[in-house]
Ligand binder design. Structure first.
Ligand SMILES: O=C(O)C(=O)Cc1ccccc1
Length: 301
């Protein structure tokens, strides 16, 4: 049985994602994303499930920073969950003075809180489920939680199906230490971190390497390096798998231009096939290479 670390405690959205990505495996909650990643780096877990991006709030910065610092880890699978919340209180609990949740959750229920709990102080907690634990312990009066949290904590539902933005989704990754890669499927995502020198046009040059090979981006985020103010690392996700000739060509070109960290190639949860531009399919790259090989051998011109 695989040991899967996940961003907990029990009852987080991430636990739900871990159950979907690693059914029947041995799941252990960790208090922070960083601690779950460290468990994999140190060998205490075989893989970790962590949230990466939300359709409303964007990326989860602690996950990006946790993946770009420390020993390399690679994503081998992803899942996307629909996100709506339950507001949980103590049974028979009185006035609601404080309401807590993960910042990504709070950002998605701001209008609901203003309309329904206007007097309550809003407090950020490490996860939606840690807010529920805080309500059980009396630290907060209400928690904005994942619907499954009610199965773990002796609380009452003040409201369910809460969401300012309907159809919100969060994408989660299963990450491991580098090893065998998942097979390409034709509907894959590759993730890298690029650290380029601060010079005019650097980012445009990196993106041009991808664009000229017809590679479609699915996400682009910048995070500060934290060493020098104004210096950034770029997190780039694009369609395709590193085992494909066109992606190999792009990765080698990027590697010549900047420091690269490979964060994995894996099937997309939404199963959307990669866009292929005319002349930029894998077969085009294979045929072009075969022609150059023939020239080198003196068998063609
Ligand atoms: O706190 C949780 O339950 C998480 O898994 C992170 C999160 C928070 C808000 C929306 C989706 C995921």
């Amino acid at each position: 049985m695989l040991r899967i670390a996940y961003f907990g405690p029990q009852g987080t959205f991430t636990e739900q994602a871990a159950r979907a990505l690693a059914p029947g495996e041995d799941l252990t909650p960790y208090e922070t994303v960083r601690m779950a990643l460290t468990a994999v780096r140190e060998g205490a877990a075989d893989a970790a499930c962590v949230p990466i991006e939300n359709s409303v709030e964007g990326v989860v910065p602690t996950t990006l920073d946790g993946l770009s610092d420390g020993d390399p880890l690679v994503a081998v699978a992803e899942t996307i969950l629909p996100i709506h919340f339950s507001v949980l209180t103590r049974p028979g609990g009185g006035e609601i003075r404080t309401v807590a949740s993960h910042p990504h959750a709070l950002a998605q229920v701001r209008e609901w809180l203003e309309a329904n709990l206007p007097g309550a102080t809003v407090v950020a907690s490490s996860s939606t489920a840690s807010a529920a634990v805080g309500v059980v312990e009396g630290t907060y009066d209400a928690a904005v939680s994942a619907p499954v949290a009610i199965e773990h904590y002796a609380l009452e539902e003040l409201a369910t199906g809460v969401a300012d933005v309907h159809d919100a989704q969060t994408r989660f990754l299963l990450v491991r230490r580098p090893g065998e890669l998942p097979e390409p499927t034709g509907a894959d995502r590759t993730s890298i971190v690029a650290a380029a020198v601060n010079r005019t046009g650097t980012l445009a040059e990196l993106l041009a390497e991808l664009a000229s090979r017809g590679i479609n981006l699915t996400r682009l985020d910048a995070r500060p390096t934290r060493n020098n103010f104004g210096e950034y690392r770029f997190f780039i996700d694009f369609e395709g798998h590193v085992a494909e000739p066109r992606i190999v060509s792009a990765m080698a070109a990027l590697r010549r231009r900047c420091h690269l960290r490979f964060l994995g190639s894996h099937p997309r949860a939404d199963d959307v096939a990669a866009t292929v531009e005319p002349g930029a399919g894998n077969q085009d790259f294979v045929e072009a290479q075969a022609w150059v090989d023939a020239v080198l051998k003196g068998e063609g011109a």
